[in-house]
Design a protein around this ligand. Structure first.
Ligand SMILES: Cc1cc2nc3c(=O)[nH]c(=O)nc-3n(C[C@H](O)[C@H](O)[C@H](O)COP(=O)(O)O)c2cc1C
Length: 331
């Protein structure tokens, strides 16, 4: 039975479940499959080489699903920044109404989306940042706990505490993000945020039939445990949780050298193009690729529809079991 919340109503979705933006992974087929399954699929803008390619990806997604989907734009610290404004304009002109923003100084982008009547979800890793994003006028916050793949921030606050604080202090709807890959995590997120919350899932969707990554990487995730991720860029104040492999361990060891490391020292190792080859060729050791500690909970490669249905069913069972426990406890 779907749980109707302010977020399902706002985003016009059946299940309170979003697929987070994922570089090289958030492509039309996966996005459409998540949206068709009842959640909100999100296309990752920077996976496309330029704004025109994003226009085509939006058209392709729309040809695959009639359900709502969004576009993620991630603002990365960069010497030669991508044409963020061009990507944003292309998506707005193609009729996209839901945006996920992440990264540094999103103010201008948020203003542009709001002026064009769009819904903005902004990713944060602290309550302080969440409150400041709310002042910029975002509609929904995505609260990423320490468990998450990608950038967990520098303050190492786990989801349990972060989400309980979010429930107490945030005045706008938010998504619980980081470490959610099964019904237990989903139900726990609902318990932490009551009816305002929805969940935001990344790593789990990498390991689905419709995910565009190589089958060998999906199998590698299934074979891995929660101990198989590592933080890189810790010493550069831009921490990222990635899969633990030869390349990421080399980056960590360069960072730990006496005197530390500069980005230049690891630039070649961490190149996004090498990460892309991991997904294309299926060699998990070729480059850096994002993964959250919930890889320890992933044991299969279902379709998005089967995954979403099993999560929904699992959540219902957990809620009903909890009711039984409460009744028994009262006897
Ligand atoms: C392969 C991969 C790539 C990601 N790329 C991005 C990205 O480009 N921009 C972004 O905002 N978040 C990115 N993320 C983070 C997700 O949107 C989401 O916040 C995170 O995966 C949630 O944690 P989980 O993986 O434990 O579910 C990525 C995550 C993964 C697994």
């Amino acid at each position: 039975m779907p749980i109707v919340t302010s977020i399902t109503k706002l985003l016009n979705i059946r299940v309170q479940l979003n697929e987070g933006g994922m570089q090289w992974v958030g492509l039309p087929r996966l996005v459409a499959a998540v949206s068709d399954a009842g959640g909100l699929g999100i296309l990752t803008a920077l996976t496309q080489p330029n704004p025109d390619a994003l226009r085509n990806a939006i058209k392709e997604t729309r040809a695959l699903t009639s359900k709502p989907f969004g576009v993620n734009i991630t603002l990365l610290p960069s010497i030669n920044p991508p044409d963020y404004a061009g990507y944003a304009r292309a998506a707005v002109e193609e009729g996209v109404k839901i945006f996920e923003t992440a990264g540094h100084s999103p103010g201008e982008l948020i203003k542009y989306f709001k002026t064009n009547g769009c819904i903005v979800i902004h990713k944060c890793t602290t309550i302080r940042h969440a409150k400041s994003a709310a002042k910029h006028g975002v509609d929904v916050l995505s609260i990423d706990g320490f468990e998450c793949a990608g950038h967990p921030g520098e303050e190492d606050i786990g989801g349990l505490v972060l989400l309980a604080r979010a429930a107490k202090e945030l005045k706008i709807p938010y998504l619980a993000s980081g470490g959610i890959a099964d019904a237990r995590g989903f139900a726990a997120a609902l318990a932490l945020g009551a009816s305002l919350t929805s969940v935001h899932v990344g790593t789990r969707f990498m390991c689905t039939v419709e995910s565009p990554i190589h089958q060998k990487i999906k199998e590698k995730i299934v074979a891995s445990t929660e101990q198989d991720t590592v933080h890189i860029f810790r010493t550069l104040n831009n921490t990222a949780r990635v899969f633990k492999n030869k390349v990421s361990m080399e980056v960590v060891s360069i960072e730990r050298r006496p005197g530390g490391a500069k980005f230049e020292d690891v630039r070649e190792l961490v190149s996004g193009q090498r990460g892309r080859v991991v997904y294309e060729k299926g060699d998990p050791d070729y480059g850096i690729w994002s993964a959250g500690i919930c890889i320890g909970l992933i044991n299969d490669i279902p379709t998005c529809e089967d995954l979403v249905l099993s999560l929904e069913k699992g959540v219902e069972e957990i809620i009903s079991d909890m009711n039984t426990i409460v009744v028994k406890a009262k006897l």
